[in-house]
Design a protein. Structure first.
Length: 155
């Protein structure tokens, strides 16, 4: 048991474990491809949210680094609770572990964002209604096709 006050050791370890648990779940689900875009876990950057494929790629690329952040957080939390450290050492190790975990998670997000940008953005569907939205196909083009009227021959 640490010689540092429990009022310092317990909250630091708890914060580190609050990072380790969701990071572990995110890493496991990111590797298996079961993260959902509408969920809370995973990379939710604009590029990653563009399509299901971009979201899956971003999270699969970030998975090893997210897992590393989970391991760092869990190991540092365990060390704080088990080792006989003074107050200064407990604070230093706890804050370094916290900074390292957050840095790894931010790096994983940047890696995932970069990977998601390589996925082509899906084409948007034309707006509904009587016309296709101005494709320039000429008189009676899309509107005539949608309404069932005969299309005027050109050329």
């Amino acid at each position: 048991m640490s010689s540092a006050p429990l009022a310092l050791t317990a909250p630091l370890a708890a914060v580190l474990l609050l990072i380790a648990v969701p990071a572990t779940i995110t890493a496991i689900r990111g590797r298996s491809g079961t993260l959902r875009r509408d969920g809370r876990l995973g990379i939710h950057s604009p590029a990653a949210m563009a399509s299901d494929r971009a979201f899956q790629l971003a999270n699969r690329v970030a998975t090893p680094v997210v897992a590393g952040a989970a391991v760092v957080s869990a190991v540092v939390a365990a060390l704080l609770l088990v080792l006989d450290l003074g107050t200064g050492a407990t604070l230093l190790i706890g804050l370094l572990g916290l900074a390292g975990s957050i840095g790894l998670l931010l790096g994983a997000g940047a890696m995932g964002e970069r990977a998601a940008r390589t996925v082509p953005v899906p084409a948007r569907r034309p707006a509904g209604g009587d016309a296709c939205g101005g494709c320039g196909c000429g008189e009676g083009g899309c509107a005539a096709k949608l309404s069932g009227r005969p299309v005027a021959e050109t050329g």
